[in-house]
Design a protein around this ligand. Structure first.
Ligand code: SF4
Ligand code: ZN
Ligand code: ZN
Length: 308
């Protein structure tokens, strides 16, 4: 017989057990706990004013948009949603539809970029001109566009929906594949704006929250989530590494958080010495490279191939 757990803060039955925090919570107290974590992060880094939330339509970013909007008055921030239509067939159509409906429902201003109109190509078109995996190419395009749009609008901070499963899995994969480059770049919860190189500040308020918590938050708040999987992401190797956590977390529930915190400490000095950002000689936005940024290199390959 399984014993029903009680909420740590009231006499209701718990609906979730968070082993990493040794907490069992009912619906009301889980929502409170979740939003408090997001608010604490905003306060910790003293974020104020306009925050642009990059929303894909997935559970993480939709939960983030809802939570940031809910705490916005108390936290002193103004939330603007931003969505990119990547041109990935039905997946993109469905994502755009639910983001538009949801932003309207919660009364948040939404900006949408259509990359076919804005940049002249869709993700399925541009990936053919690179030997990088589709998600890496898509990431380059999204990062560049999010930064440019926010910079042009004079917004100081962009918030994205990275969670502890993403972050810790990236570290795990990098360690197991001797990927020193990714390790030295590290992962961040917060990055200050650098206007001198046209870089908007970045925050990841769900850095220490899990996919499971984000999913439950969307369910409890009736937040719609795109139910079509991106067809280009299915083969991404990172998903295979994520499975390892099912076993590791049973042995050590704080494993993901501990690995992430340890790696951040170890790589802190590496990041400071190796990560020197400058302006791309073509677009003027930030890059680690001496000349062109990854986005401009991608676009120039696309243009030169098209001419042939
Ligand atoms: Fe882009 Fe990969 Fe996400 Fe698809 S799964 S939207 S290709 S990052
Ligand atoms: Zn309770
Ligand atoms: Zn560039």
């Amino acid at each position: 017989m399984t014993k029903t757990r009680k909420c740590k803060y009231c006499d209701q039955n718990a609906i979730i057990r968070l082993a990493y925090a040794n907490l069992s919570l009912c619906k009301k107290h889980f929502i409170e706990f979740y939003e408090k974590r997001i608010k604490k992060m905003i306060e910790k880094y003293k974020i104020k004013g306009e925050v642009m939330v990059a929303v894909s339509g997935g559970k993480d970013s939709m939960a983030l948009l809802h939570a940031l909007n809910k705490i916005s008055n108390e936290a002193g921030i103004d939330v603007i949603a931003y969505h990119i239509d990547l041109g990935i067939g039905k997946y993109s159509e469905e994502s755009k539809k639910i983001v538009l409906e949801f932003a309207k429902r919660i009364g948040v201003l939404l900006i949408v970029s259509d990359i076919k109109n804005d940049l002249g190509f869709t993700i399925p078109e541009i990936i053919k001109y690179s030997n990088k995996p589709p998600c890496a190419v898509c990431g380059i395009v999204k990062r560049w566009l999010i930064n440019r749009v926010a910079y042009d609008l004079g917004i100081k901070y962009v918030a994205t929906g990275h969670n502890i499963d993403d972050v810790s899995t990236m570290y795990l994969k990098a360690l197991l594949t001797q990927d020193i480059y990714s390790l030295s770049r590290g992962q961040y919860e917060h990055m200050d704006p650098m206007p001198e190189i046209k870089m908007v500040g970045r925050i990841r308020p769900q850095f220490y929250l899990s996919e499971r918590e984000n999913r439950l938050y969307t369910i409890l708040n009736d937040i719609p989530v795109v139910d079509i999987e991106c067809p280009l992401g299915k083969r991404a190797v990172i998903h295979k590494y994520k499975v390892a956590w099912d076993t590791l977390l049973r042995i050590n529930p704080v494993g993901q958080i501990n690995l992430t915190k340890t790696m951040i400490k170890i790589t802190k000095n590496l990041r400071e010495t190796e990560r020197e950002l400058r302006q791309c000689s073509r677009c003027g936005f930030p890059t680690e490279s001496d000349r062109l940024c990854a986005f401009c290199r991608l676009v120039s390959r696309f243009k030169s191939w098209k001419k042939e």
